[in-house]
Write a protein of this length. Structure first.
Lengths: 180, 258
């Protein structure tokens, strides 16, 4: 590329002395080199910018609003393991592990498997019993994801639900903004 | 005149001195039936109140019963229905659904006059009341017979426990009048249960009412060293407080059949 530019420039400088011509050639070569480097750098820069695009572009966001009716799969001590299908903005199989930490509080681990990946989260909630129904209400944080949701992030998602005490059937509702 | 005054003062001082020396004593008894780790159980608790002077103890006003950590107070199916206190007061135990019953017991009280004036309150029922501030509420219904004709409703609130305790049943005891406008009786002994033993619940299956035994509070899967700790603090009308503890020993290890 530099050579082509030199020959083009040499023709225009035909009236200059050889020393000057040499000097000019050096300058032109330097300029051409600089231009080439600049062009290369620009090309590399463009390519680099292209490769870095997922970082530079704002992450996708989703207003999560999913509910699920779950059935008891396993009960061990103070831990209820529930499973079912979530419906809403994500959807997919949902597994919930509720750990009754005191008479007034529960912690939960949630895994949901929407199309193309998975999302896991931890939740803390207060717990109230009133007759045949118990309810919980608190917040959930996304801890990890996979596939499409490998970069999923969210904290302070709303996390609430009920437990039918006669059969430990659970309804759960999660909502709030997530990015991925 | 001076002699009468001096005698009065002496009597008063003697009275104060006797009152100052008298103190309540309490022994706490607790049990699990059955006592099988990880399984549903019925908690039995009882206490006996005495006085260091041998006289009547001051009437009880408050009991805080702390129960062991790790017990599953929440996933039990006890108390699937709620007993409304107003209905309990108006109609007695018949005013509340069977599925609100949590346990039962009895008490022994003494009236502050006469010799050997102790009477049993043969019927104490524990029922699930409406939650208060998100806490489980246990209603107690005491049905007194002669000479203490009184149907008394009082409540305990299951508060979160601290340390080695998972729950605290905090109960305020009303004063039970010995006679109309008379001094309150002294509670000498109380026994009660919280659990499915002798309880029957009902559910509809294909339109028919079917009886079943509810799931009780479950014991932890591991027994803490030294047994399951219970602790109670008793407050009396004279302002004194007495603490008592009792541990339910760990069950013997079960051996697997080869």
């Amino acid at each position: 590329m530099g050579r082509d530019i030199n020959s083009h420039m040499e023709g225009k400088m035909g009236n200059h002395s050889s020393r000057k011509r040499k000097s000019a050639r050096t300058r032109i070569s330097t300029a051409a080199l600089a231009l080439g480097v600049a062009a290369t750098a620009a090309a590399v820069g463009t390519a680099g910018a292209g490769a870095a695009a997922p970082h530079a572009i704002a992450a996708r966001t989703l207003s999560l609003n999913d509910s699920a009716s779950l059935h008891l799969e396993n009960k061990h001590g103070l831990v209820l393991k529930e499973g079912g299908t979530a419906k809403g903005s994500l959807g997919g199989l949902l597994y919930l592990q509720l750990d009754v930490t005191s008479t007034r509080s529960v912690t939960a681990e949630v895994q949901v498997y929407p199309k193309g990946g998975s999302i896991s989260g931890d939740a803390k909630a207060s717990y109230h019993v009133n007759g045949s129904t118990a309810s919980f209400s608190g917040t959930m944080t996304i801890t990890k994801g996979s596939g499409t949701y490998s970069k999923a992030k969210a904290s302070a998602l709303s996390f609430s639900g009920t437990i039918e005490r006669s059969n430990d059937a659970v309804t759960v509702h999660v909502s709030g903004p997530i990015s991925y | 005149m001076l002699g009468v005054l001096a005698l009065s003062c002496l009597l008063v001082l003697c009275g104060i001195s006797a009152a100052a020396q008298a103190a309540e004593t309490v022994s706490l008894q607790t049990s699990f039936t059955p006592e099988k780790l990880g399984a549903s159980t019925t908690i039995g608790f009882g206490f006996t109140i005495g006085s260091t002077t041998g006289g009547l103890p001051s009437p009880l006003t408050h009991v805080s019963l702390r129960m062991p950590k790790g017990m599953n107070y929440v996933t039990t199916t006890l108390g699937l229905a709620i007993c409304e206190p107003e209905a309990l007061v108006a109609k007695g135990i018949e005013g509340c659904p069977a599925d609100s019953r949590l346990g039962y017991g009895s008490a022994y009280v003494e009236v502050p006059f006469g010799q050997g004036a102790g009477r049993e309150i043969p019927e104490i029922e524990a029922l699930m009341g409406p939650a208060h501030d998100g806490n489980i509420v246990v209603l107690f219904y005491a049905n007194g017979l002669a000479p203490v004709y009184a149907q008394i409703v009082f409540s305990g609130e299951l508060l979160p426990g601290e340390g080695v305790f998972g729950g605290d049943l905090d109960t305020t005891i009303p004063q039970i009048p010995s006679v109309t406008n008379g001094p309150p009786v002294s509670i000498i002994n109380v026994k009660s249960t919280i659990g499915p033993e002798h309880l029957t619940y009902y559910k509809r299956v294909h339109g028919k009412l079917v009886a079943y035994k509810p799931q009780g509070i479950s014991l932890p899967t591991k027994c803490p060293k030294g047994g399951f700790p219970f602790s109670a603090e008793f407050t009396f009308l004279d302002g004194s407080q007495v603490a008592a503890t009792h541990n339910v020993p760990c069950p013997p290890p079960t051996h697997r059949k080869k």
